[in-house]
Design a protein around this ligand. Sequence first.
Ligand code: PEP
Ligand code: MG
Length: 761
Amino acid sequence: MAKDNVDLICDISELAGLFEKSHSLSDFLQSAVSIVAYHMRSAVCSIYLYDEHTSLLTLAATQGLSPDAVGKVTLGLGEGIVGTAMKELRPICEGHGTESPNYKKIEGIHEENYEAFLAVPILLRGVMRVGVLVTQDPQPDYFHQNDVKALRAIASQLAVVIENAKLLMSLHEAEAKLSSPEPEPQSETPAFLKGVTASSGIVKGTAVVLDGHGYDVLTAPADDDAEEYSLDDFTLALQESIHQLTELQNKMEERLGDVASLIFNAHLLILKDDGFSGEMTRLIEQGTPADRAVTSVVNDYINLFSKSSNPRLQEKVLDVKDLGHRLLRNLQQHGEDQGDYAGQILVAKELLPSDVLKFAAQNVEGIVIVQGGITSHISILASSLRVPMVFVEYASVLDLDDGTLILIDANQGTLFLNPSPSVLSQYDTLMNREEAERKAVSPETFTRDGTKITLLSNVNLLSDIEAANENQAEGIGLYRSEFPFIVRDEFPSEEAQKLIYSKIFARMPEREVTLRTLDVGGDKKLPYHQHLDEANPFLGLRAIRFSLQNLPIFKQQLRAMLRSGADRPLRIMFPFISSVDDFESARDVVEECIKELNAENIPHNPNPEIGLMVELPAAVEIIDELSASADFLSIGTNDLIQYLLAVDRTNESVSNMYVCHHPAVLRAVYRIVNSAINNDVDVSVCGDMALNEEMLKFLVGIGIRKISIDPNQIPRIQSFLANLHTEEARRHARKLLRFGTLREVDAFLLETEQQLTTPQL
Ligand code: PEP
Ligand code: MG
């Protein structure tokens, strides 16, 4: 019977489901080896697991070798073919295993009966040792290059499931220890958690666990010296806190004037309030030690605010708690630090956009959201502020002790608790490599055969322009104008908007800038606007629909854009266009604004280019008409995927169905690009699909020559493109467009991805 590698890869991609059905890790591994042996038609399949503490590999499951050997056979790094594959992080395929210089005879398992030997390391992120997957067969030269590829694909799937399984086991062990009557010393087991990326980046720091809006109380930090703080100490700590917050406020105005004006105002107001600091003073005068007075008043406020029916007051709970932390730190450390979060990773249940700003301003290294929802503006804010953020489901992360070392790999959406020295050093290597890529970035991007690809930056906050310039973006392909609206307490005026847009132009001189009009609705709600109570906000009054129904707001924005682009080429783009009619109505409003500004003699750009985002299935159906009407098109794949596949992009429970390589998405994007090319209209991609290397290869293959991406990703994307040949990309795209099922696309991508990501050692 022939081997069926494709089926094998597809079955294995459902391993996660298989794990849920298994009773234990060994059960799961046993099922995995049976599946692999069956599809490979091999006599033996085994899995060895690697223990980084002992540097030993142990046989954990086998089909074909003696079951008694499980748990007993161990190999060191470099020992035998299996140990060598693990040591050298490379697959080893031997036609005659017993003749290999690496072969080592292990007594009692009768391995010598199986001449053909294929050992593939199971690696997390291509570098971290998890174990080795082995197949063996009595027929010499039984395994070929295709088998190596298939096994590599399987090994990378296994790596994630095995690490998750180990984590779950360590969590169960921790729970069992907690409930056991005999208190045991705390486990130092390194744990690995898989979560979801909200803002990319790699960072490490010590945990500081907040309860988000869980309304826990503030506890006075344990103080070994049990020092009693006096009224003088408190007065000094209060002054220091006011000084620090005023400084922070000034710094934020300078750095993030578009969204962050007065974000620490509430902090300062509360701090100076007589009911707050005044009450603390009175308690201290009556004999309460200062730290207790602080916690007692802070907790009264937390209680009060959390019970309020006013959501705006409830939101202040975190401000009050944050203030309490600052006062206590200043009390104990007498201003030795700046009361900020440098070196710390914040763990919280839920954060508001303004919270993200505040913690970023206070130099937090990274953020972990536990079980709460991540709205798109939270994650966009975090990435603009360059704060790595992941979302995890494990509630027990909230029980971590403050000070626990955490490493966030938000590029992969993973979290390491108490990472081992070897994990830390592997990440150091990775970070150094990324740093080198950043330094090597150049102002223009070409493929290997010299085709120019324009790399533009997506900008959400003014602070992104710093990153765009550092990474040599050739312009701004998407400015998401809603952020100044979301973070404020009221609609920003025409003048306030003009100021922000002018800053964008000033910071991006002589380069292309595309300003997108307001995209609110969906999950981006304005806190001060009475949005309709919609059962399906993503299908409701969103983006251009909101603007067309709120003409005064729309016109204010368009006037601000036209005025700020007075002496520059200006590109205005409408989001969420579903018909030529909507596009023309919106363009008419621009014409109206130009007439008004003319009549008022106000300097403005009289001739902006007007484009639209293709992000709805309806737009794909009428793409020829849209291409003929618009000055430019930008493909918003984030929404296009959501609406084509009917998968809410913010809903975790269906996130596995949100796939950019679905045949429907590939064909739709191809249709758009084809139509744009035929109509000779400028087309770019501004959604995150362009960040996925396989998809980028596809996009280049169908003719995309301009993309707009997170500016921090430019170095990686540039170096990927430099190694890509457009002919290879064309072949890749042609193949992908032929597949009608996800299963075929998955299998094809798994194979090519392996070639891309497995380090060539
Ligand atoms: C998109 O939908 O792809 C896009 C870039 O817009 P946003 O993510 O702001 O909806
Ligand atoms: Mg969109």
